[in-house]
Design a protein around this ligand. Sequence first.
Ligand code: HEM
Length: 413
Amino acid sequence: MPEDTLFAEVLDPRNRADPYPIYARLRRTPVARQRDGAYVVSTHAAIRSLLFDPRLSSEDLPPSRRPPTGNPLKDWLLNPIKNRIANAHRPLIFRDPPDHDTLRGFVMSEFTIARVNDLHGRVAALVDGLIETCRGRDTVCLVDDLSYPLPVAVICDLLGVPEQDEPQFHAWATRLATALEPDARRDEEARRATVETFDAIADYMRALIRQKRRQPADDMLSGLARRGTRDRPAMGDVDLIATAVLLLVAGHETTVNLITNGMLTLLRHPDELARLKADPERAPRVIEELLRYEPPVHFRSRKTLGDIAVAGATIPKGAPVILLFAAGNRDPERFSEPDRFDPDRADIQHFGFGGGLHYCVGAPLARIEAEIALVALCRRLRDPKLLADPPPYRPGASLRGPENLGIRIAGIL
Ligand code: HEM
């Protein structure tokens, strides 16, 4: 396989279960131009230098275009206005400074460590309740039984989305998460479906924000929706909706993958599972190594604002760039025995949460959820065994994770 088509191999769902040998081949050319003109960056050093390079832009999302409806008022007036507004108010993950920094500042003022730490008890109770529902069964379907419902409940709780509306978010979040995949970006039909989903979720959020303004509660959305004053400006409504949608989506599939990949890895390494069960204090190490070894987000894309020389290559201005985090995480130049799962390694500087300006704002929350879930699963599932290895995977190459994870158990403790 020539190196200028290797990334197509990464996207091929048949390679989802084990993309790491392809990443090793990509790393031989740290900056590899693909036939479609995109540059794939796969070594730790090159990814790191680009993550901190202001000539790399995150504003790489294709413009939103609403499909023709046959209604001239919509097609010629309303939808073009909606498109223009949506394009000017992308969520912060698709924005560059200074707008990115302003929007991120608003989020960080509400997404405080104290607020996240307060969720400890709630997360533990949710995990216990979800495991309890598996009592009496001999099989756990981890995604359906725990990995999915947990992050959804937590993010809805944090934002202040009423519990009865949670199920609605399943389809919306899944649809919007697939919009991050390169294939979906190229597919016109998929882009239209994304726009429709965004409109539906945005309408819901607009109504919820109105309600939070009438009756503020102690949740993030109420905080973000507070009207501005002369001393304390507030986020505009369109940005507020885009931010709320981003928080809901970014906190979904990613955390699902971390918990599911985590249990899969521990079941493949029973000695590590036993050690975590005996010593829950090991959880932070285990989670960091998981974020390196089996990260939930394999790559993110960018666009160059100027020519950039990196790792002996020059990426021309305007080129799409793929930062292949999961390949950097397994770079032998950076980590000794990178293909070994070893929570005791001394230095785990992974790209699991990205890096630089766009470093994940949800990292502390994701860590808490994964630690509590994995410790509880190791302690409470009796004699857990994988039903299938490898398990079936969802098609996404960037947000990569098992569709479900069947675990045979001898009971619940
Ligand atoms: C295991 C779980 C998670 C993983 C692996 C993860 C991973 C990432 C990564 C790799 C990025 C960087 C994107 C880029 O460079 O373009 C990112 C950004 C982001 N994440 Fe997460 N994430 C997780 C959970 C969460 C949660 C729970 C939330 C919120 C509730 C969240 C909110 C965000 C936001 C808002 C950004 C954009 C930050 C910015 O552009 O400044 N994430 N995440």
